[in-house]
Design a binder for this molecule. Structure first.
Ligand SMILES: NC(=O)c1ccc[n+]([C@@H]2O[C@H](COP(=O)([O-])OP(=O)(O)OC[C@H]3O[C@@H](n4cnc5c(N)ncnc54)[C@H](OP(=O)(O)O)[C@@H]3O)[C@@H](O)[C@H]2O)c1
Length: 313
């Protein structure tokens, strides 16, 4: 199976390429990495994606490229809509017309996060983005759906669309929540102060290599959508849930940074974007029947690289 990955230099993109290199179904040629020079969200057209498809002949595209700076999106919602909405639609239409399957990576931030019943969001729950980033990702979902709906394209054939929503991603090359918390904790310790961490945001920390493996599992099992359906929606996150503060405590425990953590509300920090308070997705079943592992177990695998990156005492 020839699989192309957009945003292949990003956090998920590089994990996706690595997972596909190991997958038995990609063959000796391995995956096709499309980074910014070959696919720029600011300049792509349906014609440019069509010629990329003609050149590299993928059977599936995993669209992981996106503008993920949520505060940047809040400051420039039109640019967010173009990069995460319209550009995703362009990729989807080019794929559908060429009969190429598409995995569109999306976010929990299509949901407003006001849920209070303790349950995670399910694929069919009503969407209502709380911020410009979520609105732009939802627009991408809608345009991709329109491209893959039956009858939308003369040449779609059996090609399907999988919308994969996930949350709170972290993983190599770092510069993620764990790295930022560890750095902030070291600064707090040097200043003799506690670390202040947000206690009123809850989500599912998700390790990018685990998400990439789960997407590869969907591809390998031909399970992008339910049998006979053109479109599937998947919620792929590590198991369990955490507040930002409880995740911070786990980060300090495994890195052995000894500094007290004080719970604070998110409103302590003024931000351009409004993060959803309840960023929890209910995981959808994977073909193997095995759920993605608990976030603490996944984080234990990520910890050695985090610890290696810390400045020596
Ligand atoms: N991060 C999260 O917590 C999170 C949560 C839920 C869903 N998601 C979704 O998961 C996917 C992967 O996210 P990630 O965490 O891997 O993001 P990331 O590390 O920020 O990577 C984003 C990728 O998109 C590329 N990109 C950004 N702007 C571009 C542009 N104008 N033209 C072409 N490429 C561009 C980047 O290219 P360069 O390397 O050249 O900058 C990078 O390769 C995205 O669809 C995101 O919306 C992320």
């Amino acid at each position: 199976m020839r699989v192309a990955v957009t945003g292949s230099g990003g956090r998920l993109g590089r994990a996706m390429v690595a997972a596909l290199e190991e997958a038995p179904f990609t063959g000796p040629m391995g995956p096709i990495a499309w980074s910014r020079p070959s696919l720029d969200l600011d300049t792509i057209t349906e014609a440019s994606v069509t010629s990329l498809i003609a050149r590299d002949r993928p059977e599936v595209v995993v669209h992981a490229a996106a503008w993920t700076d949520v505060d940047g999106c809040a400051r420039d919602p039109d640019l967010a809509l173009r990069r995460n909405g319209e550009a995703a639609g362009v990729v989807a239409r080019a794929c559908a017309t060429a009969g190429v399957e598409l995995v569109l990576v999306s976010t929990n931030e299509v949901f407003d996060g006001t849920r209070t019943d303790g349950a995670g969001y399910r694929p069919d729950d009503p969407v209502n983005p709380p911020n410009a980033y979520g609105a732009s990702k939802l627009r991408g979902e809608q345009l991709a759906r329109a491209a893959f709906e039956p009858g939308a394209s003369a040449t779609r054939g059996d090609a399907r669309l999988a919308i994969v929503r996930t949350s709170w991603l972290y993983g190599p090359p770092g510069n993620d929540f764990p790295a930022k918390i560890a750095a902030a904790a070291l600064r707090a310790k040097a200043a003799g102060e506690p670390l202040r961490a947000v206690a009123d945001e809850t989500g599912c920390p998700t390790y990018t290599p685990d998400l990439a493996e789960a997407i590869a599992e969907l591809l390998g099992a031909d399970a992008l959508a339910a049998p006979g359906q053109p479109i599937g929606v998947h919620h792929l996150v590590n198991g369990g849930r955490a507040t930002r503060a409880s995740w911070a405590r786990e980060i300090l425990r495994v890195t052995r940074i000894d500094v007290p953590v004080v719970d604070v509300p998110g409103s302590t920090w003024e931000r351009a974007s409004t993060p959803p308070a309840w960023a929890v997705l209910e995981p959808t079943p994977l073909p193997s029947g095995e759920p993605m592992r608990d976030w603490r177990e996944a984080f234990a695998d990520a910890a050695p690289a985090l610890i290696r990156g810390l400045p020596r005492a």
